[in-house]
Ligand binder design. Structure first.
Ligand code: UDP
Ligand code: MG
Length: 314
């Protein structure tokens, strides 16, 4: 029997790219005769015609499996749902917008099949066609991430991967609610073959990531995989306490020796606002962790499926 490869694609408002992607995938898949394929398309609560196009495709092509969420749950949830439903011996994850060139698939699969690697991943070596500010913050984020966590998240890494079944199973065994895939991929370990390519611009439609959404995503990533911010908070607190003790002695000493000179309001006010600011910041850091913990203990499902052509299983 041929090995089965599952191709998992999260989709949010991708009516303009979906058919292009489907055609391209078919072309590549045709050239890979030694494998059979299933497409696991996850509709992440799109507000356009994505779902109806998916249904049409599923009707004429039995390889097309679709899952449709009751609302937009985010890309991470869509990826998870896709991975959970994928039955393949190898599982591919890719974006819908052709920024992850399907033509790389045969090469990626070959690396995993060689037995030397458990997964083949891709990274962009350029960020051509992307706003400069966005590239700048993205770079900063990866740098920060590398310093603050003990997992190595590669700059420009995409969520375009081919993974072996054992790797997929270990990813699914991580039950956390706050899923930061780039971190999870790195955390589970396994041998990774990195394939590099130049950035490709979206084939159609537009990016679903605003600056704020990306910022939230970064904070999520850091808080999920690093305790550095909360440790920093304690160090900062410790330092300030020490400094204020010394200041206290100096002030009391000076008052005893030289009497009480005219008090300076501006400096007092500055000190109070500074300490107040630091306290608020530190509380904010703690709040981040507490809110994540809160979400974890609630154990809510990551997504809710409204419709699907996968009968019997979720
Ligand atoms: N996506 C999703 N849910 C979301 C946002 C995005 O499923 O809430 C999907 C989107 O359809 C695409 C992939 O995630 O397949 C990457 O999104 P996009 O291309 O907009 O991101 P970019 O490439 O600009 O980082
Ligand atoms: Mg994209």
């Amino acid at each position: 029997m041929k090995k089965l490869i599952s191709i998992v694609v999260p989709m949010y408002n991708e009516e303009s790219t979906l058919e292009i992607l489907y055609e391209e995938l078919n072309k590549v898949v045709l050239s890979m005769e030694d494998y059979s394929f299933e497409y696991v398309f996850v509709n992440d609560g799109s507000k356009d015609r994505t779902l109806s196009i998916l249904k049409e495709l599923a009707e004429k092509d039995e390889r097309v499996k679709y899952l449709s969420f009751s609302r937009n749950f985010g890309k991470e949830a869509a990826l998870l749902a896709g991975l959970q439903s994928a039955k393949g011996d190898l599982v591919v994850t890719m974006d819908a917008d052709m920024q992850d060139p399907p033509a790389l698939l045969p090469e990626m699969v070959a690396y995993v099949e060689s037995g030397e690697y458990d997964n083949a991943a891709t990274r962009r070596v350029s960020r051509k066609g992307e706003p400069v500010i966005r590239s700048f913050f993205a770079r900063m984020f990866y740098k920060l991430m590398r310093h603050m966590t003990d997992i190595n998240i590669v700059d420009g890494a995409r969520d375009y991967r081919v993974m072996s079944r054992p790797m997929v199973d270990s990813i699914l065994s991580l039950q956390e609610y706050n899923r930061f895939s780039k971190g999870i991929f790195a955390w589970v370990g396994f041998e990774t073959k990195w394939i590099e390519y130049e950035n490709v611009e979206r084939s159609a439609g537009e990016t679903k990531w605003s600056f704020w959404k990306l910022l939230r995503y970064s904070v999520e990533g850091i808080v999920s995989f690093s305790n550095t911010p909360i440790n920093l908070a304690s160090y900062l607190g410790l330092f300030l306490t020490g400094a204020s003790m010394i200041a206290l002695f100096l002030i009391v000493g000076r008052a005893l020796l030289f009497g009480d000179p005219v008090a300076g309001w501006p400096s007092t006010a500055s000190i109070i606002t500074f300490i107040g600011g630091v306290q608020l910041f530190v509380m904010g850091v703690m709040g981040q962790y507490i809110s994540k913990t809160y979400m974890e203990v609630k154990r809510r499902p990551h997504y809710i499926i409204k419709e699907s052509n996968l009968k019997g299983d979720k």
